[in-house]
Design a protein around this ligand. Structure first.
Ligand code: SF4
Length: 400
């Protein structure tokens, strides 16, 4: 487990005005933090630090290397004493910045203060999308900065966005393929949301920008995760982190439109789980040739709600599509026989059906085993009825 100590660097350092950005809102911070403020914030995490495998100070939010060099030094100097090699309790310093704010001089400064992880806001590799979003940099800037950072031994993260002005599903998929070629150590995927007081918001209100629906963004992000996974690149986050100002309800919320959801990554995991389960269940119905009565999903307890879906959406659609009378989720590791003994049913026949896991190998969730059981279930009187129950074992990939 990693403890991330976030230090938000707001808009002040950024010379640009991307159409979707109101950094002061997104970062939840409106003023540039002072050196002592940063130091006391970091110090505040000292007690809980030993409970984690790794501790990171993260300068998030703005464009760190676009602020004045003396200000960069000011912040890095405040953080450096907390590094373990200087007697502190922090393992890593990380920053996020723009691709056109990386050059040799910057790289040397970051190395001097032992910054290890650099995240670049690539957003898109499509020139038209970058121009329409008023990013002020090109795809070549992202390629050059990524190369320089990798050559200098930094851990490279690339942030991307879906559904920007001018983007299509195809262009976002092409972006993911281009990003994968740059060999980042990890990526973040942010579906574009419409934030108050931005040019995008004005376009949205004028009807000249239409954001993606949440459902479409979930499906697209699932495909992008697949591309990154095929290329051995981990997806560190899907969807914007919530802050007080963007999660407030109604007119107080800073979000005016777009696929914002507090647990967007969970929506994608649930969608992948539903796809994997439906695919496996089609296989099961073909092979068993019997109507299915009940479904038991075995999964790691921390993924219970992902398996069931938000508001039990997966359970409801599986019931509708396959005619299950009930859907249960149980902790992984419980043997099939135990599941049934616990239910006081009488196990009569268990068959394992091979499931097409390879088709979903690169998704965030996959079915790794499917058992079809015929049970004699007591009815409460002397009679019993026979039911066909399916047990699916689901495995989830964790996001960092
Ligand atoms: S570069 Fe980053 S901080 Fe600057 S306006 Fe664009 S999104 Fe906002």
């Amino acid at each position: 487990m990693i403890l991330v100590i976030p230090v938000f660097v707001p808009h002040a350092g950024c010379p640009h005005d991307c159409c979707f950005c109101n950094q002061k809102i997104i970062s939840g911070s409106k003023t540039l933090p002072g050196e002592s403020e940063i130091a006391s914030k970091i110090e505040g995490f000292k007690e809980e630090a030993p409970r984690y495998d790794e501790v990171e100070i993260a300068f998030f939010g703005g464009s760190f290397t676009a602020i004045k060099p003396e200000d960069q030094e000011h912040y890095l100097k405040a953080a450096a004493p907390f590094l373990k090699k200087n007697g502190g309790f922090v393992d890593v310093i990380r920053i996020s910045t723009r691709p056109d704010a990386i050059d040799n001089e910057t790289v040397e400064r970051l190395k001097k203060y032992s910054v290890k992880i650099v995240e670049l806001g690539a957003q898109s590799m499509d020139e038209n999308v970058l121009a329409m979003s008023e990013r002020g940099h090109t795809a070549n800037d992202t390629k050059a900065a990524s190369k320089l950072l990798k050559e200098n031994g930094f851990v490279l993260g690339l942030q991307t966005m879906t559904g920007l002005p001018g983007a299509t599903e195809e262009s976002d998929i092409r972006t993911a393929r281009e990003i994968a070629k740059l060999g980042p150590d990890f990526v973040r995927i942010y579906p574009t949301i419409v934030v108050k007081n931005t040019k995008l918001c004005r376009d949205f209100e004028a009807g000249t920008y239409t954001p993606m629906s949440t459902e479409a963004a979930v499906r697209l992000c699932s495909k992008l995760c697949e591309i990154y996974d095929e290329n051995g690149i981990s997806v560190a986050r899907i969807g914007l982190q919530s802050t007080d100002s963007i999660t407030r309800d109604g007119s107080e919320s800073e979000v005016r439109g777009g696929p914002y959801h507090e647990a967007f990554g969970q929506l994608v995991r649930s969608y992948d789980a539903a796809c994997a389960m439906k695919d496996s269940l089609k296989e099961v119905t073909d092979k068993s040739g019997r109507p299915l009565s009940a479904l038991t999903i075995l999964t790691d307890p921390i993924y219970f709600s992902d398996a069931l879906g938000q508001n039990r959406a997966n359970a409801k659609s599986l019931k509708e599509e396959f005619g299950f009378a009930r859907v249960n989720v149980l902790p992984q590791g419980i043997a099939t026989e135990d599941v049934f003994r616990k239910r006081a049913g009488k196990l009569s026949n268990v068959k394992t059906v091979s499931v097409p896991t390879e088709r979903y190998a690169n998704r965030l969730a996959k079915v790794i085993r499917a058992d079809v059981c015929t049970l004699s279930e007591p009815t409460g009187k002397e009679t019993s009825r026979e039911i066909t129950e399916v047990i699916l074992e689901l495995e989830f990939k964790s996001l960092r």
